[in-house]
Design a binder for this molecule. Structure first.
Ligand code: 5AD
Ligand code: SF4
Length: 373
């Protein structure tokens, strides 16, 4: 058995690995136990044993982009495109609020049209009035600075924008070079979000063809250097109506992609003990025990889907994504049981602001919504 390495021994206060050390741990070769145990230790001291819930509403699957892996890409003509109304979105949010959720993600493809932005502002203003204590998270792609400001003014608190791959070169292989998919712009939007008071989240795809452990190590260092508050990263899953559809043979096998994702979660938890990390839907799609495994590796957020069933089917980023729909209280009860079985507890009636954000902003006592950069 390979010794775990002194940096993973219990009680270590910091974990400041080199890129080479990260790549070595990502490559595996030895037992993963010490890594996951160290991550669990750091999770408990950093954010505790709570599992925070974020209700997702997939408000529209229209997108102007053409990412090569994504089922919602502009050139996929086989998708039935939809945009929910403000009323429909609010109904979905209300059902989540009534069940005790206090953090909601509005997600869509990237389409910065004035109508869509105004609809989201309307929803944000209504939630601020109707749902005290709720934190609104947006994931709508790259938006101009003034639009982002107006969304924040309307009541949004958090923004998620995955960098997808921190290496410009790797990103370039899976995004058209048409000027619309510009790694530098994406990175600049993330830096602006971080600097203008948003709780900022990013993430990467794991298992892209040709991606190396060194690439993933750089992704981890990128997230640490950006000093993010939240992370969602998951394995790549193929969608048959995309250019990557038939490339199964070029990807690490599913079990390896799951393991890589778990190592990424554990390493990020060690590097950034107080951020929020989600056990993503993609991880849960690829492995039926993805939820438990993700939580055990260091994740502390799960995202129940509140999108009405009719639309959910069409928010088809990858094969197998849309799940059987259940009554929300029943979903939460089952989630609670599964978390309890891994020694964790679901936290309701709490927005679960990232501890990292609270401690990096000027006066945590004032709450994240009022925090200034
Ligand atoms: N497999 C896994 N994740 C995907 N995403 C898009 N397409 C896929 C896929 N085929 C992820 C991207 C995007 C997020 C909304 O969904 O990382 O940022
Ligand atoms: Fe659009 Fe996002 Fe899919 Fe890219 S990953 S095509 S931006 S929905």
């Amino acid at each position: 058995m390979t010794p775990p390495g002194a940096d993973l021994l219990p009680g270590r206060a910091t974990f400041e690995p080199t890129a080479a050390r990260l790549a070595e741990l990502l490559r595996g070769g030895g037992p993963d136990g010490p890594l996951f145990e160290a991550a669990r230790d750091r999770l408990l001291s950093g954010v505790g044993d709570g599992v925070y819930l974020r209700g997702i509403v997939e408000i529209s699957n229209r997108c102007r982009k053409n990412c090569l892996y994504c089922g919602l890409r502009r050139d996929n003509r086989r998708v039935r495109r939809y945009s929910m109304t403000a009323g429909g979105i609010l109904d979905a949010l209300r059902s989540g609020y009534a069940a005790g959720l206090r953090s909601f993600l509005l997600q869509s493809g990237e389409l910065p049209e004035p109508d869509r932005i105004e609809l989201v502002r309307e929803v944000l203003r209504a939630t601020a009035r109707e749902m005290p204590g709720a934190r609104m998270v947006l994931s709508m792609g790259e938006l101009p600075e003034d639009v982002l400001r107006s969304l924040r003014d309307a009541g949004a608190h958090r923004y998620l924008l995955r960098i997808e791959a921190s290496s410009r070169e790797l990103y370039g292989r899976f995004h058209p070079g048409d000027g619309l998919h510009d790694h530098d712009v994406r990175r600049a939007v993330l830096e602006d979000l971080r600097a203008t008071g948003w709780q900022t989240g990013t993430g990467v795809l794991i298992g892209l063809p040709g991606q190396t452990p060194e690439d993933l190590a750089s992704d981890l260092l990128f997230m640490r250097d950006l000093d993010i508050d939240m992370c969602g990263m998951g394995p790549l899953l193929l969608h048959e109506d995309t250019p990557l559809g038939g490339m199964e043979d070029l990807l690490p096998p599913p079990a390896e992609r799951v393991l890589l994702t778990l190592r990424m979660i554990a390493l990020l938890r060690l590097m950034m003990p107080t951020i929020n990390i989600s056990a993503t839907t993609a991880l849960q799609t690829l492995d039926p025990a993805g939820l438990e495994k993700g939580l055990s590796a260091g994740a502390n957020v799960v995202m129940p889907n509140l999108t009405p069933p009719d639309y959910r089917r069409d928010y088809d980023l990858y094969r197998g994504k849309s799940q059987v729909v259940d009554h929300l209280p029943e979903v939460l009860r089952r989630l609670g049981d599964r978390c309890a079985a891994t020694g964790r507890r679901i936290v309701l009636a709490d927005p679960g602001d990232p501890v990292h954000f609270l401690s990096r902003t000027a006066d945590p006592a004032r709450g994240a919504a009022d925090a200034v950069p």
